[in-house]
Design a binder for this molecule. Structure first.
Ligand code: VG1
Ligand code: CO
Length: 564
């Protein structure tokens, strides 16, 4: 097989190649248009920070969805023409998002391109996505994604080499094509080795052997984590094959929505209840999200990260060795982790939504454990959130607590946690694929309240007014100044904060591919009531949110698509 010399192809810009919360996500048919994928990939190389693509090593892989393999070939052809010297590619184009981050770091690559639309459905009729990650293994920061977008708007040509046939992605090993080489790697190996060094696998194995009543059910939702789950839960930790469900990656995720939440992971939720499973867990299409559930409890992701932070130094070898240097959450995530930080004397950072905002803090050694309410949990072992990591963290903690409490359960662990810290009740309402114009108008109207102060005496303002018994103390549009590089990210979500610290937050999603998705986040803290149904505890605030935003009028929806 041979590669030609680079040639240039005339092109014109496409509208809307703007990376969102996590890369560029569009329908597959959009990416399939002539020049569309080439343009965006060329823009990544054009914008690649100094010293650029010349002689660089690039990691490439994706979540196994439809069009990944085609896009890998395009990246090889355009990348080689832009000077990439070495491509490290997961076998069959497979790399979970956390594994890609791990590979970039371990092999000291200059960056990576991850092919995923995460939890969005896959297949010819559904979504595809392309994301650029930096040398630290993390998603490109806004300064770089802005440059990529600018490059897509100015593009007139892209460079490409012609291959005599597509590169065979199925055979592990290295092949040279003259000016560049391609190494196909086992997508799982580096990642498993990393996790084995982080957690106490022996402790988990012993607990499993000594506690036959303990059962695990991991649902890969037909996404990329299947092979990772099999290697770790079955081969390494010794759980039965029957502990795995939907663990073969499928190009269309079996026609389902590979999003680990109570709505889309309903098969897991039902099996956990019916089969009395002790720990049920799922991950999303690309493997960076996780859901933790049991026969007696659903763990809210905001609580999950706080819980892991609480136990980290007590039982997780990686943190016992390296220490915990700080905690963080995205702004809409509940403040449970803040309470852990205060109790343990650690810094806690509040960043905008999206994992890219954690990277600088981690690189500066100021952040060890962080999470997002959107089922994202992780640490500084890599620079992406990590679904399997979170699930193994839970196993590690359960096994640790099980040493002194034979009746340990997910529920007992959460109740013990609430007894120490009190409980941050949290829920999120998603209204998916609503009319974009109505959604923008609703947000603009809320934004006008953010300028309001009691002194302004604005009759339509919110500060000082009461809703369902809660009095508004402050309204703002979240703005973040990165403590490390001092870059400013504004307009990151409308916050209505009440005088008892309860919060209502409104945002528009930056990951959808069609219409707009409105997210409403609701939180309230309680020190006494630790075991009330979340929806009951938050009903008055939900009513207030719908009343204040006039959501039903603006987007014409009675009920949310998903409640978490
Ligand atoms: C959503 C989540 C956000 C997460 C992002 C990417 O973004 O809210 O917390 O970081 O998805 O996750 P948005 O803009 O739709 O709210 V993933 O698993 O898609 O890489
Ligand atoms: Co994801």
């Amino acid at each position: 097989m041979t590669a030609s010399a680079a040639r240039r192809v005339q092109t014109t810009p496409f509208e809307g190649q703007k990376p969102g919360t996590s890369g560029l996500r569009k329908r597959v048919v959009v990416f399939q248009q002539e020049h569309y994928t080439e343009n965006f990939v060329q823009a990544i190389f054009t914008a690649m920070p100094s010293p650029g693509p010349q002689d660089a090593t690039l990691v490439v892989g994706g979540d196994g969805r439809y069009f990944v393999k085609d896009a890998v070939q395009t990246i090889i052809r355009v990348g080689a023409a832009n000077g990439i010297a070495k491509f490290i590619i997961g076998q069959d184009g497979i790399l979970s998002t956390p594994a890609a981050s791990a590979v970039i770091r371990k092999r000291q690559a200059d960056g990576g391109i991850i092919l995923t639309a995460s939890h969005n459905p896959g297949g010819p009729e559904n979504d595809f996505g392309i994301k650029y990650n930096m040398r630290n293994g993390g998603p490109a920061p806004e300064s770089v994604t802005d440059d990529i977008y600018a490059a897509t708007r100015n593009i007139t040509k892209y460079s490409v080499v012609d291959m005599s046939e597509p590169v065979d992605l199925s055979v592990i090993g290295t092949r040279s094509f003259g000016n560049f080489e391609v190494e196909i790697i086992d997508p799982v190996e580096d990642y498993v080795e990393l996790l084995a060094g982080i957690f106490d696998f022996d402790l988990i194995r012993r607990f499993r052997e000594q506690t036959p009543s303990f059962s695990l059910l991991f649902d890969g939702l037909n996404g990329v984590t299947g092979p990772y789950g099999r290697r770790i839960f079955v081969d390494e930790l010794g759980f039965a094959d029957s502990s795995l469900d939907q663990c073969t990656p499928l190009e269309d995720f079996g026609g389902s929505h590979p999003d680990p939440n109570l709505t889309y992971a309903h098969k897991l939720v039902e099996r956990v209840a019916r089969e009395n499973i002790s720990l049920g867990a799922a991950s999303d299409g690309d493997g960076d999200r996780n859901m933790i559930i049991s026969n007696d409890c659903f763990v809210n992701p905001s609580d999950s990260v706080a819980l892991i932070a609480h136990y980290a130094m007590e039982c997780i070898p990686y943190f016992q060795r390296n220490g915990v240097h700080g905690l963080a959450r995205s702004m809409p995530t509940s403040c449970a982790i803040d309470r852990v930080a205060h109790a343990k004397g650690l810094d806690v950072f509040e960043v905008p939504t999206g994992w890219k905002f954690f990277g600088n803090l981690m690189d500066a050694g100021r952040l060890s454990i962080c999470g997002e309410e959107s089922f994202g949990t992780g640490s500084d072992h890599i620079r992406e959130k990590d679904g399997i990591w979170a699930i193994v963290a839970w196993l590690n903690i359960i096994a640790h607590v099980g040493q002194t409490n034979p009746d340990v359960s997910v529920r007992s662990i959460m109740q013990d946690f609430y007894a120490i810290y009190g409980r941050n009740y949290f829920t999120r309402y998603d209204y998916e694929e609503v009319d974009s114009e109505g959604a923008s108008k609703m947000i603009d109207r809320l934004r006008a309240f953010a300028a309001d102060t009691p002194a302004a005496n604005n009759a339509s303002g919110l500060v000082g007014k009461s809703f369902s018994g809660y009095t508004v103390a402050k309204v703002d549009d979240f703005e973040y100044t990165d403590p490390i590089d001092h870059s400013v990210s504004s307009r990151q979500g409308l916050r209505i904060i009440f005088d008892d610290s309860s919060r209502i937050i409104f945002r528009l999603s930056g990951t959808g591919s069609q219409g707009a998705t409105v997210r409403i986040y609701i939180e309230r803290y309680d020190q006494e009531l630790l075991d009330v149904d979340t929806q009951v505890a938050l009903k008055p605030l939900v009513d207030a949110a719908l009343h204040i935003s006039q959501l039903k009028e603006f987007v014409n929806r009675e009920e949310p698509t998903v409640i978490t």
